[in-house]
Design a protein around this ligand. Structure first.
Ligand SMILES: [Ca+2]
Ligand SMILES: [Ca+2]
Length: 276
């Protein structure tokens, strides 16, 4: 697709989208609530077969996709959740030898090339804020930091709650009364996400064009360069909108997977030629 055609497409979108999208005062300050839908079977267990886990996203193993596959996270990712069905328990007791360890939860998975799983937790390598001690039923929050403009490959809440200990005749996870319920997932808008909905697509291209038009008319930009300047030339304009459309089209056609930052790094030479 050539640049002129893309720009025309984006301009047409800008007209239709400008009436529909209410921008936050500043996309930089916005907090995005990532849409989440709990699916059947997403309550699972850790690798040891007994520890309760809530799977949120994973296309490698259990195929749980309870957030959009193109969800982009920027700076941080916070998951707030509720533990129920364990009463006031705060320790995992080994009845055979009488030893106990504190109950905990951590945010596991793989984002931006970093992976945290049970092995990392056991070695104390999970960052502070990404794990929490559990003191019975209640609300807890975990934050995965340094996720700059990335997409999520895998995400779950792992606890050491022994699900066999909660409920009558518990034979597997569906029988337990212990539960981990996700209350909210939040992040900040990343590169290209001009309307702050955590997905980079044609609506963002439209916002970039609107912002560029405002600046062209002597007004203030509604999309800051931190969000809108895709090609890194310190100007937010139609070339950036075109790149957003190209990226979005590549995602749609399954010819590319990853964040727009990954896309720009991969296609830097080609993109520079096309927008020159
Ligand atoms: Ca968006
Ligand atoms: Ca630019």
């Amino acid at each position: 697709m050539n640049i002129r055609k893309l720009t025309a497409m984006a301009a047409a979108l800008a007209v239709s989208a400008s009436c529909l999208i209410a921008l936050p005062a500043s996309a930089e300050d916005a907090v995005i609530t990532v849409p989440y839908t709990e699916s059947e079977g997403s309550l699972g267990k850790g690798d040891n077969g007994v520890s309760l886990r809530r799977n949120i996203y994973n296309v490698w193993g259990n195929e749980i996709e309870d957030i959009d596959e193109n969800t982009a996270v920027n700076g941080y990712l916070t998951v707030t959740f509720e533990i129920s069905g364990i009463g006031s328990d705060s320790a995992l007791v080994n009845e055979e030898d009488g030893t106990s360890e504190p109950l905990y939860a951590f945010l596991g998975g793989s984002i931006a090339g970093k992976s945290y799983h049970q092995g990392e937790y056991n070695k104390g390598e999970v960052p502070e804020g990404q794990s929490v001690l559990i003191n019975g039923d209640g609300e807890y929050s975990l934050t995965w930091a340094d996720t700059y403009s990335s997409t999520i490959n895998c995400l779950y809440i792992q606890t050491n709650i022994n699900f066999y200990a909660y409920g009558e005749n518990v034979e597997d996870v569906p029988d337990t009364t212990a539960n981990i319920k996700v209350l909210s997932i939040t992040t900040a808008p990343g590169l290209g996400d001009a309307n702050a909905d955590s997905i980079v697509n044609a609506s963002d291209a439209a916002q970039v064009l609107i912002s560029a038009a405002k600046v062209g008319a002597g007004g203030e930009a509604s999309v800051p360069n931190e969000i809108g300047d895709i090609n890194g030339d310190e100007v937010t304009n139609a070339s950036d909108a075109a790149l957003i459309l190209q990226y979005s089209a590549a995602l749609g056609a399954n010819t590319f997977e990853g964040s727009i930052v990954d896309y720009m790094n991969r296609d830097k030479e080609e993109a520079t030629e096309e927008t020159a």
